[in-house]
Design a protein around this ligand. Structure first.
Ligand code: ALG
Ligand code: ZN
Ligand code: ZN
Length: 312
């Protein structure tokens, strides 16, 4: 196993950044888990800039340490984890970008590598789900987000960051017995948004539900719905309150704390996780790397969950 650069020997701020100072994919014979950037933000409806998230999150991940006490695992000793670099996506053509992302993710997964991707805007969840469903069939989905992202079109366009999960249901790549939004809040276009969303099969745990029920009850309910199904986790960083994640494109007041999000993610231990993404970090709106640090820690916990599962 090739682990991260030892920060007790080489200062953690030295050298080019890979996620958690891990080796690059081309420096290992095989990776069980890869962290891959998808610098694409052509699908946004408001503030742009998520294309810069992969490099900002890598920079913010320099302080991650190799033992994860929250999950009692040293993920980089348990399985080979590597930084897969960025997928080179066309910023001028959303349709082509979606195809490139699906193919790149499918190629990596064909080698037996599980992916944690760093967006990019939420458009990228669609091709990533398409790629995992090629292997696993329809997957359960846990979607952490202030937004539903099940709207139909924006300006007549079907592929945007507000529409990936409607397209995914239409594609038949989600197991609609087990798809949930977590952290939903904020104004909608109309009540119909919620009716359409329910008709697609989604369950909703709002941000207020999390606050009222607490982490443990929330986790229990989510786990029951998911069972042993293959599970994909998509985390829009705007699920966090703007106080915890100012650096994002469509912020909504009244969100979860980063502590709540991390605890819920850790509560997914033992489930059949097959892939995950962390999207919508927009570094230009960030302050003191608050958002990139939160995203790097969430990604670290997702990698740890995969390491626990893959290293069995
Ligand atoms: N941040 C994501 N993924 N979607 C937000 C879309 C909200 C809107 O423009 O109405
Ligand atoms: Zn969102
Ligand atoms: Zn979203």
């Amino acid at each position: 196993m090739i682990g991260p650069v030892d920060s007790s020997k080489i200062p953690r701020y030295a050298g080019p950044a890979t996620f958690a100072r891990l080796p690059r994919l081309d420096q290992v014979a095989h990776a069980d888990v890869a962290v891959v950037g998808v610098p694409f933000d052509t699908g946004v409806s408001y503030r742009p800039g998520a294309r810069f998230a992969p490099s900002a999150v890598r920079e913010a991940s320099r302080l991650l340490r190799p033992y994860n006490p929250g999950l009692d695992v040293s993920p980089f000793e348990r399985v080979q984890v590597a930084d897969g670099g960025d997928i080179a996506v066309n910023p001028f053509h959303i349709g082509e970008a979606i195809e490139t992302i699906e193919q790149a993710a499918a190629d990596l997964q064909a080698e037996g590598t599980k992916l944690v991707t760093i967006g990019g805007d939420h458009t990228i969840a669609l091709p990533l789900l398409r790629a995992v469903s090629r292997i696993h069939g329809p997957v359960a989905l846990l979607h952490f987000d202030a937004h539903l992202d099940t709207w139909d079109t924006y300006f007549g366009e079907p592929y945007t960051h507000g529409t990936p999960f409607r397209r995914a249901v239409e594609d038949g790549i989600l197991d609609t017995e087990a798809i949930s939004h977590v952290g939903t809040r904020g104004p909608l276009y109309g009540k119909k948004d919620l009716e359409d969303d329910r008709r697609l099969g989604f369950g909703i745990v709002t941000s207020s539900d999390v606050m009222r029920r607490g982490v443990d009850e929330t986790v229990d309910a989510l786990r029951q719905r998911i069972g042993s199904r293959p599970l994909y986790v998509s985390i829009d960083i705007d699920v966090l309150d703007p106080a915890h994640a100012p650096g994002t494109g469509t912020p909504e007041a009244g969100g979860m704390t980063s502590r709540e999000l991390l605890e819920i993610v850790r509560g997914l231990r033992g489930l059949n996780l097959v892939g995950a993404d962390v999207v919508e970090v927009a570094p230009a709106y960030d302050h003191a790397d608050i958002t990139s640090v939160a995203a790097s820690h969430v990604a670290y916990d997702l990698v740890s969950l995969l390491a626990l599962k893959e290293g069995q």
